[in-house]
Design a protein around this ligand. Structure first.
Ligand SMILES: [Zn+2]
Length: 314
């Protein structure tokens, strides 16, 4: 499974709520005496009526309470920091535990008007999250479809490549883009891989290699890969590129202009990469290309590695 975050498991009683979210509707139960109830139940907690029906509601409400989590509630949520954990009171009066999206932590205010965001996850589940009613955040977050089809070996499968001569400065500069390439294949960062890297590098700090201690003591609740390990695993990730640079005598890896590890990769996570050409410039000894290579945990927006690689064509 590519999605690393835990997901709700609908029960017989709660299934209509989850089916509603999948259809981009908020559905809440109401009893025959007019009491709204949430979480889903077989009977009304106010009057005891067993005649409870599901109704579509607007999903609009207000912020009843919140807290800002700056340490992830589970390691899988490290890409969402800070987590804006909230209790939202719908117009019908029921309260839901949820998270807020698209609002700066400083802008959260008790009583602020909110509207629902349907956050589709791969598979059958959509999550109900909320954003500022007058904000610009989209009402639906589409699940990535990367799980739908098995990943082909993209390099071979790709269309014929554009061939670009490194002597043609204009053509090389035309490769610069704000758009990223398609995703690479996926690769699972197992504890075995982390252990092998710990042995090779000599960095066997328990946060990487001791799952028991990490469970007890690490803010991530599990072991994490070394940032430098995830960086070198780029070699395992074949990014489909639609061009090929030719006409050079030598291609030199000049290192990196920028290397960041914004999000840890917990053991067992799948990673993938994409790239874009960030800059091309003529230098004394040849043509220098800066390629931004980003490695993400599959399904997570925030990268785990940002690497601005500098390549010199001579
Ligand atoms: Zn009732």
């Amino acid at each position: 499974m590519a999605w690393n975050k835990p997901l709700p498991i609908p029960t017989e009683i709660s299934a209509p709520f989850w089916q509603g979210l999948k259809a981009q509707e908020v559905r809440v139960q109401r009893c025959d005496q007019g009491h709204w109830l949430f979480f889903p139940r077989r009977h009304c907690p106010v009057c005891g009526s067993r005649d409870v029906q599901w109704h579509k509601v607007s999903g609009e409400g207000q912020l009843y309470s919140f807290t800002i989590a700056r340490i992830p509630t589970l390691p899988e949520f490290t890409d969402e920091l800070p987590q804006l954990l909230a209790v939202v009171e719908l117009e019908e009066g029921v309260r839901m535990n949820t998270t807020i999206l698209g609002v700066e932590p400083e802008a959260l205010k008790i009583g602020m008007a909110l509207r629902p965001v349907f956050d589709e996850r791969p598979g059958e589940i959509s999550l109900l999250r909320f954003t500022a009613r007058d904000g610009a955040h989209p009402s639906v977050i589409k699940a990535e479809q990367s799980d739908a089809a098995p990943v082909q070996t993209p390099v071979e499968a790709a269309a014929p490549k554009r061939v670009v001569s490194c002597k043609d400065v204009d053509a090389m500069k035309a490769l610069v883009s704000t758009e990223y390439s398609p995703w690479s294949n996926e690769y699972t960062v197992t504890q075995e891989v982390i252990n092998a890297f710990a042995k090779l590098s000599g960095d066997d700090y328990w946060i990487h290699t001791d799952p028991e201690m990490a469970k007890a003591k690490s803010p991530f609740g599990t072991t994490i890969a070394h940032g430098s390990l995830v960086q070198v695993l780029a070699s395992q990730l074949k990014i489909p590129m639609d061009f090929e640079v030719v006409d050079f005598n030598n291609m030199v890896n000049y290192g990196s202009d920028r290397l960041r590890f914004p999000t840890p990769v917990p053991a067992g996570c799948k990673i993938r990469a994409r790239m874009r050409i960030k800059a091309v410039e003529q230098v004394k000894s040849g043509l220098q290309m800066t390629m931004e290579l980003n490695i993400h945990i599959v399904g997570q927006d925030r990268p785990s590695v940002i690497n601005d690689l500098v390549i010199l064509y001579m």
